[in-house]
Design a binder for this molecule. Structure first.
Ligand code: GTP
Ligand code: MG
Length: 532
């Protein structure tokens, strides 16, 4: 397809390949799950059903992505470990962690009802994610020691805290009592005051967290004529609990872990501080630049086929995307503009945004996870007669643009792309509907210019200027931004105009400067007298 003059903006995208031989870990964790668990009345300090839901999501992740071999989770976090030398999405960090958090979130929302049949999901849950690189299997071992130690410490502390609170202490008093206490003190407190033997009485799932891993099992696929079974090895996902997931014993007992990640050669009881630092490394986006988060549906070609989206454009599916994007703007006040077409959306953060201190993976993952959550939640509203057959997911990246001009060229690039693709797809499907095969239609359109395509459409449809009769949303994509809405308020002194800010979805030409001149407040805060 033709290149547009705006394509140079692609050169601002950064490579983020994770070099071999690093082992890739993706960790996801709940965004403000404290509030989420309060609103949904999770039991304290642990809600078994909520943990089971997390485990179900982890299991789904392992089943979906063959290269993920092992995962470990507790509370609202999960770490996923890829096999050594994986080529998954050619090891691009942003792509990998964003699509995992997106898939995880989508599964969380879709499985919610099964685990909480009596509770409605009150708002869209979302998680953050990041990649952690382990230079060797020893570093991976240290990482696991660290996470399981955290699980233990948190759980022991919370068990004490909530028992004290249940006995009538205020949260402040309970916290004061636990200040500076050691592990041993807390065990004693539990035993003396509450008759709780921490190791015996507290379930493994709370104390140890949960591992989800792949094992090899043999399935009988058929029987030979002589009655002998024909077996084929298959990988099965199982869930286990273990006191020490980083021990040689646990690790080397699971053949799949040994084979795909390598052996643990000695036991490790403590993590070295220099390892911890590398686990906490975060990539910061350049200050005073426009950050664009672009999300894109993964395998939406298949998703749209399975869900019988209309071709080439499905208004319901596009409206669903638009509604999710509007939700994102309401959630993240630093996002000033969004532009969407097909299965992609670009979100523009204001230049001076300090969202997540400009940490790339936090912004990328929070946005894509929230979007995915909304997509799964709103599906029924927009596609009421279609069952969602499997959870959709999106990948995301962050790109910084140093000036307003380049940012506008970026948006123009996406809109030109929308136009080129839409014109091509409209011709393609019209040719197919007229009786041509898909490959004939493809051949027919090869090398045709815009003008020829328009003439073809006129000819096939019998309508002059047919292309321009198509809905604006198909031709121009969707722009989402905050705008003033003036409402006539009926009060005693007569109708007075009252304005409030709302998120609007419009289909306009954003390549021409007139749009930006008419809405100076979107990109320039000086003109912005209504956004928070
Ligand atoms: P990856 O993004 O690489 O995972 O592949 P993808 O299958 O998602 O394809 P890509 O993002 O390049 O293109 C989006 C695809 O989504 C289109 O090619 C269509 O197949 C599909 N799609 C998006 N919107 C619609 C729609 O409104 N109707 C139909 N029928 N298909 C759509
Ligand atoms: Mg896609």
């Amino acid at each position: 397809m033709a290149n547009s003059k705006y394509e140079y903006v692609k050169s601002f995208e950064m490579e983020d390949e994770i070099m071999l031989p690093n082992i890739i870990i993706v960790r996801v964790d709940g965004r403000d799950f404290r509030r989420f668990s309060e609103v949904h009345e999770f039991e304290k300090p642990n809600d078994r059903k909520a943990l089971e839901l997390m485990n179900e999501c982890a299991k789904a992740v392992l089943e979906q992505f063959p290269d993920i071999i092992f995962s470990y989770g507790f509370s609202d976090e999960y770490s996923f470990i890829f096999k050594k030398g994986t080529k998954f999405y050619q090891r691009r960090a942003s792509k990998i962690h964003s699509l995992i958090v997106s898939f995880f979130t989508s599964v969380y929302v879709t499985k919610w009802k099964a685990l909480f049949p009596q509770k409605d999901l009150r708002y869209a849950p979302s998680l953050r994610s990041r990649v952690i690189c382990c230079a060797s299997v020893e570093v991976l071992q240290a990482y696991l020691v660290w996470r399981q130690y955290e699980c233990h410490l948190n759980n022991q502390y919370d068990t004490c805290l909530w028992n004290l609170i249940q006995r009538g202490k205020s949260q402040k008093e309970a916290e004061e009592m636990l200040k500076g206490s050691q592990k041993q003190d807390r065990n004693e407190l539990l035993y003396q005051c509450f008759n709780i033997n921490y190791k015996k009485d507290i379930p493994e799932i709370f104390r140890q967290g949960t591992c989800t891993l792949k094992t090899e099992v043999e399935d009988i696929v058929k029987y030979k004529d002589d009655g002998c079974p024909v077996k084929r090895p298959r990988r099965k996902v199982i869930t286990v609990h273990s006191e020490n997931i980083a021990s040689r014993r646990f690790w080397n007992d699971h053949l799949c872990l040994l084979k795909e990640l390598g052996p643990f050669t000695e036991d490790l009881n403590k993590t070295k501080p220099e390892y911890l630092k590398s686990f906490q490394y975060e990539n910061k986006l350049m200050p005073s630049t426009w950050i664009v988060i672009r999300i894109d549906g993964c395998h939406f070609h298949r998703f749209s086929e399975v869900h019988e989206f209309e071709k080439p454009n499905d208004a319901q599916a596009l409206n669903l995307m638009n509604s999710c994007a509007a939700g994102v703007l309401e959630e993240f006040k630093d996002i000033v503009f969004a532009y969407g077409v097909s299965d992609e959306y670009s979100f523009v953060l204001k230049k001076e945004s300090q969202l997540y201190r400009r940490h790339a993976s936090e912004i990328v993952s929070a946005v894509v996870s929230f979007f995915s959550s909304m997509y799964a939640i709103k599906w029924n509203e927009f596609c009421p007669h279609k069952e969602m057959k499997y959870p959709p997911y999106f990948d995301a990246r962050a790109v910084c643009y140093p000036s307003c001009e380049i940012l506008l060229d970026y948006l123009a690039w996406r809109q030109v792309d929308c136009h080129i693709n839409n014109q091509y797809n409209t011709c393609f499907w019209m040719l197919v509907k007229s009786g041509k095969s898909k490959s004939e239609a493809q051949h027919y359109l090869k090398g045709t210019q815009a003008q020829e395509k328009n003439e073809l459409l006129d000819q096939l449809s019998g309508t002059i200027n047919y292309y321009n009769t198509l809905p604006l949303m198909f031709r121009q994509g969707s722009s989402v931004y905050w705008d003033k809405e003036t409402k006539m308020v009926d009060n005693e002194g007569g109708g007075a105009g009252k304005s409030r800010k709302i998120v609007v979805v419009k289909h306009c030409n954003i390549i021409e400067t007139s749009f930006w001149e008419a809405h100076p407040g979107i990109l320039d805060e000086k003109h912005n007298d209504f956004r928070l």
